[in-house]
Design a binder for this molecule. Structure first.
Ligand code: UDX
Ligand code: ADP
Length: 458
């Protein structure tokens, strides 16, 4: 039986892969093909060892792959055969030329638009999935429709709000699906095609529509607001440490105000991930472009506090470990930017590892899913670093443990045994406030949480 629709996704990364797997899983009537320029990535998507770790993803892929979900490197063929094309290529922060370190690098996006134009033989609906600066959809439409093409391309903005580690849950039960379109009759028709796809499993009232620019901007602003909450609570953690208050108690009291809400108020060593910093810098860049200096400075403060928090963590370690880390073995518990993912992009652990190596500490890194990425991230960094799978083995002979990632496995380790095998005095720096600090202190550890008074034996 022919499929009701042919959907293509260009870019098989953390967003494209899981999102398309979910559409295929929920909609067997559509054929969903995911293409990528990276043949190794595609081979992994076609294997039993998927390129990303995401709880529940294996089952979803296994159910749909070969039935109506396909992974391929044949971009030209994929473009020709499809009527709806999601674009989910990477949009990192630019590291060259104008706007370096701030603006989005749109080269992959631009190249994709040109490929779509070159290979298309029929009208297409193009869905912008990657997070992009405001008005990118317009640029894409211009690239697609320039020249003498008789084809029509409708560009929609459909930002993805999934968080890594909970991607499958977020895709299955999203808080909302946002679709931005032009307000012309044709734009609204295209929008309705996408609404119909999501309506296969998302309740209609959760599918919201807007104009394209509002949709593009909403994604940047949503991430900026989330990151702002973390920087807010992290800034207060610094005050709590000086004022003998407890940031978790403060966050609980503040978060119980229903206008504030309790989520995203966990003080930490700093936020990471591929989105927060990049999207805020993008927002800052756009504000500067429109000469909104005060607005730009306000949002830039969120990133500055995040940098401050990481640096504060390092300087605290240095100071309490008697102002020298040289030759001391320090174990990092976790390297991923958050639990339940192997992703290390912008992980605070990268900067902290590099800074500890600068202080000539000997690093031991353990993480249940991110060791391969950690090795990549620290390639070329000067200093001693070893990678050990088992956290108990990893801590043997260490002077200190620094918790970088809130993996739940770190909560239930045999800390008595760990303490026995560590050098003394033994330190724990809990960069995620996930451990039982009181119990660890009673075992003999000197414990340094975030935003709480330390528990020491001297
Ligand atoms: C984020 C957004 O949540 C998601 O909607 C968007 O689509 C992509 O960016 P993600 O980066 O995957 O998702 O993870 P998120 O759960 O938001 O965590 C980001 C960082 O903030 C992590 O390093 C996490 O550990 C940290 N964090 C989160 C805190 O430090 N404290 C908190 O209270 C919450
Ligand atoms: P995200 O987290 O936004 O999903 P990723 O970096 O994980 O970002 O994935 C983006 C994917 O897009 C990568 O696998 C990359 O190889 C792919 N990609 C980039 N440019 C193109 C292109 N022109 N055609 C096809 N795939 C592309």
């Amino acid at each position: 039986m022919p499929f009701k629709r042919n959907i293509l996704c260009i870019g098989a990364g953390y967003v494209g892969g899981p999102t398309m797997a979910m559409i295929a899983f929920k909609c067997p009537q559509y054929k969903v093909t995911v293409v990528d320029i990276n043949p190794e990535r595609i081979a992994q998507w076609n294997s039993d060892d998927l390129p990303i770790y995401e709880p529940g993803l294996d089952q979803v892929v296994r159910a749909a792959r070969g039935r109506n979900l396909f992974f391929s490197t044949e971009i030209e063929k994929g473009i020709q055969a499809s009527d709806v094309i999601f674009v989910s290529v990477n949009t990192p922060t630019k590291n060259f030329g104008a706007g370096a370190g701030m603006a989005a690098d749109l080269q992959y996006w631009d190249k994709t638009a040109r490929e779509i134009r070159k290979y298309s033989r029929s009208n297409k609906i193009i869905v912008e999935k990657s997070t992009l600066p405001v008005k990118t959809a317009q640029a894409m439409e211009r690239i697609l429709t320039c020249g003498d093409t008789a084809l029509s391309f409708d560009v929609l903005s459909n930002p993805e709000f999934l968080a890594e580690g909970t991607a499958i849950q977020d895709l299955e039960n999203p808080d909302r699906v946002l679709i931005g379109s032009s307000q012309t009759a044709q734009g609204i028709c295209a929008r309705d095609v996408l609404v119909e796809i999501y309506a296969n499993w998302v309740p209609r009232e959760k599918i919201i529509t807007s104009n394209i620019w509002s949709s593009e901007l909403s994604k940047l602003v949503a991430n900026a607001f989330l990151a702002q909450r973390i920087s807010s609570v992290n800034s207060i953690s610094a005050l709590c440490e000086k004022a003998d208050a407890d940031v978790q108690e403060v966050a609980r009291a503040v978060g119980m105000d229903s206008r504030v809400g309790a989520k995203f108020l966990n003080a930490s060593v700093g936020f990471g991930g591929s989105c927060f910093k990049k999207d805020i810098l993008n927002l800052v860049y756009i504000c500067r472009y429109y000469d909104l200096r005060e607005v730009a400075d306000y949002w830039e403060g969120v990133v500055k506090i995040n940098e401050y928090q990481k640096e504060r963590f390092i300087l605290n370690m240095l100071q309490v470990m008697f102002n020298t880390l040289a030759g001391k073995k320090i174990c990092l518990f976790g390297f991923a930017f958050k639990a339940d993912t192997g992703d290390t992009r912008e992980s605070p652990a990268i900067q902290i590892a590099k800074r500890l190596m600068e202080e000539r500490a000997d690093l031991v890194i353990t993480d249940p899913k991110a060791i391969d990425n950690a090795k990549e991230d620290l390639k070329g960094a000067i200093g001693n670093v070893t990678y050990v799978e088992d956290p108990l083995d990893a801590t043997a002979g260490c002077c200190a443990i620094a918790v970088m990632t809130e993996w739940s496995l770190y909560k239930n380790l045999d800390y008595r045994e760990i303490y026995r095998k560590m050098a003394k005095p033994a330190f724990i720096f809990d960069g995620r406030n996930i451990l039982d600090h009181e119990a660890l202190h009673n075992m003999g550890f000197n414990v340094f949480p975030i935003g709480k008074p330390p528990l020491t034996h001297f």
